[in-house]
Design a protein. Structure first.
Length: 190
């Protein structure tokens, strides 16, 4: 049976170890991308679908979902965020959003914020040739899976020019990507 002094020393040692482990435990937290508008693997709302009056497959309002991210790796200088539909373009992949040059002080976007130009990101080129969010417009039928990928980079936010395609951005990020986090949202047009 331990004496009172031994129990106090043991409790103190445990508290000290917990305090010392605290920063290390926090440092090990994963880099994450989340959305209050849909769970990973969940359905995107109709309002998130594209709004192209001449295309009956675009029944929405083109309101981008909200996003938040946390725990970027040390040394992150900017972020890039991509939205790709791997089933789009007959399986060749439809690129719905290319954004980069997102400053390290930005930790998310409000709903609808990236449906228009912003000083919080540099717009690349999507399926419509624009630098903003282009919501889902799949043909009627099965589910399409919209992959949102956030990439932490060591590049200055102002180094890349506007208008890069997804492939051009990926080439420019080679050797500069530090980590990635992602979400998948599903949508189908009925």
């Amino acid at each position: 049976m331990k004496s009172a002094a031994a129990r106090i020393i043991s409790a103190g040692a445990i508290a000290l170890l917990a305090a010392l482990a605290g920063p290390a435990a926090r440092a090990a937290e994963p880099f994450t991308l989340t959305s209050p508008d849909f769970a990973d693997g969940g359905e995107l709302a109709v309002k998130n679908a594209g709004n192209v009056p001449v295309n009956p497959n675009c029944p929405g309002q083109n309101v981008s979902p909200a996003f938040a991210w946390s725990n970027p790796p040390a040394g992150t200088q900017s972020f890039a965020l991509l939205m790709v539909d791997p089933e789009g373009d007959f399986g060749l992949g439809g690129v719905h959003w290319v954004a980069y040059g997102i400053p390290p002080t930005v930790s998310g976007f409000a709903a609808g914020e990236v449906s228009q130009p912003s000083d919080k990101f540099v717009g690349g080129k999507n399926v419509r040739g624009t630098g903003t969010y282009a919501g889902p417009c799949p043909p009627p039928g099965g589910w399409h899976h919209y992959t949102f990928t956030l990439i932490a980079t060591d590049l200055d936010p102002k180094v890349l020019p506007p208008g890069l395609t997804r492939d051009e951005l990926i080439a420019a990020l080679a050797g500069h990507a530090k980590a990635a986090a992602g979400l998948i949202g599903r949508f189908r047009h009925q």
